[in-house]
Design a protein around this ligand. Structure first.
Ligand SMILES: [Zn+2]
Length: 340
């Protein structure tokens, strides 16, 4: 019961500590941020398009008003022509009256009075005034048309500038969406890496359940020198190689293959920086040639806890971990490959 719960906690903490999980979370965060960025840009485009629609409507209103004003102007021009005709007619009439008055002075045959000449002059004055009013109205209407046309040109410039900025924004969105595609691919890859790492850790947990040990490395390993294959270079276990050599890179993490207590830790001319851990299942595990040793005698370790970093200290010709399993301290070595 107790062992089971410790194993469960150990495998749980292993999953929690996976660097792939952190990386996948970071990628998901980035995708989310990118989504928000694109949404914001799309909202901006909608705003600009709304503005553009409003300006277009204004321009259309200008066009409608221009037609009305042109019609008004045509009417005014007709009125003006008629007014000018009227002035001409009335002036002719006045000339006729004046001629008749002159004739009257000689012959006294007609009944033209000063009064009727005065009336005619007043009529001409009134018609001329009306004509002046029509002309003023024409000038005002033309000024209005000119002003409206200037404003319309400004509005059209505004509209074209808005259209240009929409184009720019849309190009930006396309670019951001491309970034998004890339991020999604990266996110998918990161998720796959998590799946793979989780599967590996599950296999590791299953192995721990079955054999009592996990691999001392965070990855699948190869063996450059197997158990019992050669004359031992360390001088400790007689004629055979008392563990397995796992090549790797300097600084790589070395993990406790099972929870236990450190019984030896230090430096030895042959083993280099090394540690021996005693386990509750009757076995000891050995870790040698480390660059750094993170543990000390008496320390209790959890399964998968880092013991040190891989190196080539002591009697070693290259970076590797010498990993051993034994039933005693420097005695009873067994082949680790049947455990991990
Ligand atoms: Zn070795």
């Amino acid at each position: 019961m107790k062992r089971k719960s410790i194993l469960a906690i150990a495998s749980l903490s292993l999953l929690f500590l996976l660097p792939q999980v952190a990386q996948a979370n970071e990628m998901s965060q980035k995708v989310q941020e990118q989504t928000q960025k694109i949404e914001k840009l799309q909202k901006e485009v909608v705003t600009i398009n709304d503005k553009q629609t409003a300006v277009k409507e204004e321009i259309e209103a200008f066009d409608t008003r221009a037609v009305t004003l042109e019609n008004e102007l045509a009417t005014l021009h007709t009125e003006k022509t008629m007014g000018e005709e009227e002035v001409k007619i009335q002036k002719n009439r006045l000339a006729a009256l004046e001629k008749m008055a002159l004739l009257q002075a000689y012959s006294q045959v007609t009944t033209v009075t000063d009064n009727s000449i005065e009336n005619q002059e007043e009529r001409i004055e009134s018609v001329t005034e009306e004509l002046a009013l029509v002309e003023a109205e024409i000038a005002a209407t033309m000024a209005t048309i000119e002003t409206e046309e200037t404003t319309k040109i400004e509005k059209m410039a505004e509209q074209s500038s808005l259209a240009k900025s929409v184009e720019k924004m849309e190009a930006k969105i396309v670019k951001e969406e491309q970034t998004m595609e890339r991020l999604k691919v990266e996110e998918a890859a990161a998720k796959k890496a998590v799946e793979k790492a989780e599967a590996e850790k599950k296999a590791e947990a299953a192995r721990l359940e079955r054999t009592g040990f996990i691999s001392p490395l965070t990855r699948s390993y190869s063996i450059s020198s197997g158990f019992g294959q050669r004359v031992d270079p360390t001088g400790y276990s007689g004629t055979g190689h008392d563990g397995i050599d796992m090549p790797g890179s300097a600084g790589e993490a070395i993990l406790a293959a099972r929870y236990g207590t450190v019984v030896e830790a230090g430096f030895h001319a042959s083993a280099g920086n090394y540690a021996i851990v005693k386990h509750d299942n009757g076995y000891y595990t050995y870790y040698m040639h480390m660059t750094e040793n993170f543990v000390s005698v008496g320390q209790t370790l959890e399964t998968g806890q880092q013991i040190g970093t891989m190196g080539t200290t002591g009697n070693s010709t290259g970076v590797h971990l010498h990993f051993g399993i034994a039933t005693g301290v420097w005695s009873g070595f067994v082949n680790p490959t049947s455990f991990i």
